[in-house]
Design a protein around this ligand. Sequence first.
Ligand code: SAM
Length: 313
Amino acid sequence: MAQPYHINDTTSYHRDHLDTLGWELTVCNALEGAENPCRGIIHNPASFGELLIDFLAGLIPMEQLRHFIEIGGGYGYVMRDLLARYPDTRASMLDLSPLLLERQRTTLAGMPVQFYHDDFFYYDSNFYAGFDLVLMNEIIGDFATACDVDPAVIYAVTPACSDPTLSNIRRIVSTYGFALPKEPFNFNIGAIQAVEKLCSSRVRFAYLSEHSCEASVQDDLKEILQVSGPGNPERIPLRGHDEYTIKFSYLEQVARSFGYRTARGQYKEFIAPVRSGKLNFILTSNSQKDEHEIIRQFVEDLYKYEYLVLMRD
Ligand SMILES: C[S@@+](CC[C@H](N)C(=O)[O-])C[C@H]1O[C@@H](n2cnc3c(N)ncnc32)[C@H](O)[C@@H]1O
């Protein structure tokens, strides 16, 4: 019988093959550098890390935190900005990619950071319990996704099922009361298990962000900006690997069932674009100029990316 799903896994890409983040321009990297054109179209032309810290400080008592960890820190820019703002905080960085760890060591040279070359899933919840804040910016889309899962098979799984992935999906669906679609669907099993791990650790605060499959444009840009929000995680083909967009409503449901308060929204809430004639032109003209293409992608990302903050009282 054909397998009723397949797994998208990026582990070996990140551990053995990744040689640049240039092909998957993260919003953090898109805002790096004072002269960056993306900074020219937002209200507060600062780095991603500075904007994120200002935003988190409105939700979390950042100045009280003693030890934070970032998972998958890319080029290390968010941690650089955090340590610049809160130099007395202890910091740890965990990443699967040896190449990116080297980049992080360069960016963070002279800063008191403990580095871990590991997979997020290598550690159990006791490890994450040792931190006040876990940061996961644009990484959970890299975690395993079960693709083209047949819902009939999930409902038919019994305790005797020998396939651990199917059993796990069944466990998650019944534990959190997820209503499955009738059609084959993609399931962010890695991202959901990551939230379970964080919540079981009882870490006080966690921040996650990623491309969402539930995005929409509801403000004054809705006539001219299109972002997809099908509700089913979408495949994003990238160099050497694929990622999947995230169904944030499931992650939120998991966190709440562990007793966490949540704040959920879109990047545009803390990286607000300025409505101007220039931006209007860039979004509507279909201009092929490099700078305009970059800004168009950037503005779409401000709506396509969601954040989720988990808070324990
Ligand atoms: C798309 S990059 C995002 C980088 C950075 N956070 C940013 O926003 O620019 C994903 C990061 O997660 C790391 N990563 C991917 N899977 C991981 C895993 N299972 N455990 C630890 N790090 C992982 C990658 O090596 C990379 O640093």
